[in-house]
Design a protein around this ligand. Structure first.
Ligand SMILES: [Zn+2]
Length: 428
């Protein structure tokens, strides 16, 4: 096969776009009427020089605290990035199961019989794709900093900001109105906005239409934007910063895989984008944090692709309420989700497995317990941890928890930690 000469950003983007286009229509936005965000994880096999999309997520919704459940069955956060990462973990569990069963896997070395843990092969690395700059801090971009857009796209954005500004000024007091320049015109610095609000404990946005563009304060922890009830889920910018510190696999998988997994690059395709704002959001604000090995603040390459995502928001479109979760596994690889459950699930079915997504906390906990059983058997460990809760297993990941605690202590003090009741479920 000929060497692929396209830039890495285009290879990663087209790998996700082509995989999405090969999926059935169900769950995708109505073309021209609805928009969504796509995220995906692309696996690079450096030995063979191949790139494969292994998980995808689409979605723009997030439920409020009143809809959250304490049984692990609902997806609280259905933004594309979060779905793609959860589906990626499902893919990882599938390969772990294979390798523990002695069937081999191209991504894992054989488990170490002493510790019962595996290692990701050195010639495998991962890239994270997002069709839009993540919500929250990275989306606060001065228009002059935006790259990768045509003059027409820039002026459309400026018009949009002006529309929002007009709406704001109708509800603002005179005190907040912008000052006029000496020639009688208004001097603005246009800044792209995010719907995410600073979380409790952070400074609050001035929201002024002023000449220095201080509508938002950059660098703050923000919640997920949403209509109605305020969400208690952190913005994708904040979550990506966290994953750049404690890895993309989370607490439970740190008990089975020896090293945390970080992304080699983050690729964004054609949308309002600023590399400077991405750096600020994804690691500058945590770069002073000292973590114990094997954890370390990583700075993945930031890449931008000019390829167009076919379901991007081009004005006057509605966000698609449906979310798609897909990963490269043989069974039930694709799911369409609404309000945190499978599309079509009736109220009656909510308690049953039929309604529950394969990437819910309960489902991924079931995957964990299966592989954990193999791992224990292999290493002859006899721990008393057989019927513990999801929360108890997560707490037992000591190195992971120490890194996460340190990140919160020294940078993300105001991170919203969910009530422990939401994590206390056991396996059913
Ligand atoms: Zn988001």
């Amino acid at each position: 096969m000929d060497q692929d000469t396209r830039p890495l950003s285009d290879i990663v983007t087209s790998s996700c776009l082509e995989t999405l286009s090969g999926l059935p229509k169900k769950g995708k936005p109505l073309q021209g009427k609805e928009w969504t965000v796509l995220a995906g994880v692309v696996e690079e096999n450096m030995a063979t020089g191949t790139f494969t999309a292994v998980s995808l997520g689409t979605g723009t919704k997030c439920i409020g605290p009143s809809k959250m459940r304490d049984d692990g069955k609902i997806l609280n956060d259905s933004h594309a990035e979060v779905i793609a990462r959860r589906a990626f973990r499902r893919y990882i569990y599938y390969h772990l199961e294979k390798v523990y069963m002695g069937k081999g896997s191209h991504i894992f070395s054989n488990p170490d019989p002493k510790t019962g843990t595996c290692r990701i092969r050195h010639d495998i690395q991962y890239h994270f794709y997002i069709s839009h700059t993540p919500c929250g801090d990275a989306s606060i971009i001065p228009v002059e900093d935006c790259t990768g857009m045509t003059a027409d796209e820039k002026s459309e954005i400026t018009r949009d900001i002006q529309r929002k500004r007009k709406l704001d000024s109708e509800t603002e007091s005179d005190m907040k109105k912008p000052k006029l320049d000496t020639d009688g015109t208004t001097a603005y610095t246009d800044i792209l906005r995010t719907g995410g609000k600073p979380v409790t404990g952070e400074k609050q946005d001035p929201k002024q239409c002023s000449s220095n563009g201080d509508y938002h304060i950059p660098g703050l922890l923000r919640n997920k934007p949403g209509r109605g009830e305020a969400t208690i889920s952190m913005s994708c910018s904040d979550k990506l910063a966290k994953w750049n510190a404690v890895g993309y696999l989370g607490a439970l998988l740190s008990l089975l895989i020896q090293e945390p997994l970080y992304m080699s690059s983050i690729v964004i395709s054609r949308c309002p984008y600023s590399e400077r704002c991405m750096r600020r959001a994804l690691w500058d604000r945590i770069s002073h944090v000292n973590l114990k090995e094997p954890y370390r603040i990583r700075k993945p390459r930031l890449l931008f692709s000019g390829l167009k995502f076919p379901y991007a928001n081009v004005g006057n479109m509605k966000p698609c309420a449906r979310a798609i979760s897909w990963c490269k596994v043989p069974d039930d690889s694709l799911e369409v989700l609404v309000n945190g459950f499978k599309l079509g699930a009736t109220k009656k079915q909510i308690e049953s497995a039929a309604a529950q997504s394969k990437i819910s906390r309960m489902s991924l906990f079931q995957c964990f317990m299966k592989v954990h059983g193999f791992s224990k058997k292999l290493s002859n460990r006899n721990t008393a941890m057989d019927s513990l809760s999801y929360r108890a297993y997560k707490s037992s990941a000591e190195l992971y928890q120490a890194a996460w605690k340190e990140l919160r202590r020294s940078a993300f003090t105001n991170w919203i930690v969910h009530h422990h009741k939401l994590d206390n479920f056991c396996l059913i």
